[in-house]
Design a protein around this ligand. Structure first.
Ligand code: ZN
Length: 159
């Protein structure tokens, strides 16, 4: 069976940046299961997996525009600390905040007096992604999985 829309694809993966540093890996964890064609993984990787089969291994370089997008320097903001969920923010802390565009994760870069510099870019925005992926399995999605838009059981949601 080949990877195509509405298939549940199980993969082992390692993600590195340009410097060869490991950013994320399924190594030592259970493989990741996702439904193909639903935007559950970055577009560049989804495209590269199209038509692959169990046992196939791919190495793919995904530019930011097919990954987590370009960095937007307008998302680096100087905010009053009183607007943050934590009144005593520390550099490196992350918070989930509501914005007009929906929930976002913001990272605190620095704090000076009553103001904090925060970055609302995705941590991997602007990063070229180097994936090494092994396809472990491909199966049809169940009706329920299709309705939920995510995989149930091994490598997916347990609920
Ligand atoms: Zn579900």
């Amino acid at each position: 069976m080949q990877v195509a829309a509405q298939k549940v694809v199980t993969i082992e993966y390692t993600l590195k940046n340009d410097a060869g540093e490991v950013l994320d890996t399924s190594d030592g964890d259970e493989p990741l299961a996702y439904i193909h064609g639903m935007g559950n993984i970055v577009p560049g990787l989804e495209k590269a997996l199209d038509g692959k089969a169990a046992g196939d291994t791919i190495d793919v370089t995904v530019p930011p525009e097919d990954g987590y997008g370009a960095r937007d320097e307008e998302l680096v903001m100087n905010l009053p600390v009183r607007k943050l969920p934590d009144k005593n923010p520390k550099p490196g802390a992350h918070y989930r905040v509501q914005t007009p565009e929906g929930p976002r994760i913001i990272a605190v870069k620095s704090v000076k007096g009553d103001y904090a510099i925060v970055d609302a870019n995705h941590p991997l925005a602007g990063v070229t992604l180097h994936f090494h992926v092994k396809v472990v399995g491909v199966r049809d999605a169940t009706e329920e999985e299709r309705q939920h838009g995510h995989v149930h059981g091994a490598g997916g949601h347990h609920h």
